[in-house]
Design a protein around this ligand. Structure first.
Ligand SMILES: NC(=O)c1ccc[n+]([C@@H]2O[C@H](COP(=O)([O-])OP(=O)(O)OC[C@H]3O[C@@H](n4cnc5c(N)ncnc54)[C@H](OP(=O)(O)O)[C@@H]3O)[C@@H](O)[C@H]2O)c1
Length: 266
């Protein structure tokens, strides 16, 4: 069991949605938090709400994951707050609305920068410290779309699949150093993610997706993520019926390939 109490936890994506819900619950469990995302004002608000719960150990570290040249110094700053980082949770992410044929390459690169390269860069810069202290835990928020593809999500699905390849390999390399890797695959969670989704030209989609509206709450998702961290689970699927798609793809791939195009995303 991993205890959250007194662990130094660096959480990206903390300004909204699942990351924000995680911040409140991790704070309530006694975690020492470093909150990251781009919007400083939102991070300050989340930190203030945590402080109102009586939490004092909370820091904010604004970060833009597309700015690869600043990520090493951000990781160094994160370590300086409490002298170490015990757990990194990669919660930042952006999705898309657009077909592969329409979507500009620059938009696909942006999705990969935030969802994949940002996460691996921060991990890489924290890793030597973990190897030295022979402990650490990286938690990656992937998606069920990290286990199969779906229409209008080609770059998003690619970025999430890439996380699985990278972090499964990392687990094989650093397990002997007592460094743990947990990959979380949510289905539909009621957050503003679709408002911020990128269209083929890179503008914001700005519409709420009905599947997300009918999905589980960010609070329930956060609670299940924390359980998975505490139990040191390697990979978990969180959601409603949609998570069955993972098993359908695994055990009945031909049937799954027939069904997926009939699913009309919005
Ligand atoms: N909601 C779902 O149904 C669902 C399902 C499966 C997986 N997920 C995954 O869960 C994670 C959280 O998503 P969410 O649903 O909570 O969406 P959200 O409310 O839109 O949160 C996304 C977070 O990512 C941050 N972010 C976006 N671009 C960034 C950048 N360039 N640099 C740093 N941070 C950035 C945002 O903060 P700023 O705008 O302040 O930077 C925000 O805190 C994502 O990885 C997403 O792919 C969500």
């Amino acid at each position: 069991m991993t205890k959250i109490q007194d662990q130094v936890i660096w959480l990206t994506g903390a300004s909204s949605g699942i990351g924000e819900a995680l911040a409140y619950q991790l704070a309530a469990k006694g975690g020492k938090l470093i909150l990251s995302a781009r919007r400083e004002a939102q991070l300050q608000e989340v930190a203030q709400k945590c402080r109102r719960q009586g939490v004092t150990e909370i820091q904010i570290l604004p970060i833009d994951l597309t700015q690869s040249e600043i990520l090493r110094s951000k990781a160094e700053q994160a370590v300086k707050f409490y002298g170490k980082v015990d757990i990194v949770i990669h919660g930042s992410g952006i999705t898309q609305r657009g077909t592969a044929a329409q979507t500009f390459l620059g938009v696909e690169r942006e999705i990969m920068e935030v969802n994949f390269f940002g996460a691996i860069a921060l991990t890489k810069f924290i890793l030597p410290q973990w190897q030295q202290k022979q402990s650490g835990h990286v938690v990656v928020i992937s998606s069920i779309v990290g286990k199969f593809g779906a229409a209008q999500r080609s770059a998003y699905a690619a970025s999430k699949h890439a996380l699985h390849g990278y972090f499964d390999s990392l687990r094989a390399e650093v397990g002997q150093d007592n460094i743990k890797v947990t990959i979380i695959c949510p289905g539909y969670v009621n957050t503003p993610i679709s408002l911020n989704a990128l269209t083929p030209t890179g503008t914001k989609f700005n519409k709420m997706n009905i599947n997300q509206v009918n999905g589980i709450s960010a609070e329930v998702c956060a609670m299940k993520i924390i359980k998975a961290i505490e139990k040191n689970q390697q990979e978990v699927y969180i959601g409603k019926m949609e998570v069955l798609g993972v098993y359908l793809k695994r055990f009945f791939p031909r049937l799954f390939a027939q069904i997926v195009p009939k699913f009309v995303p919005n």
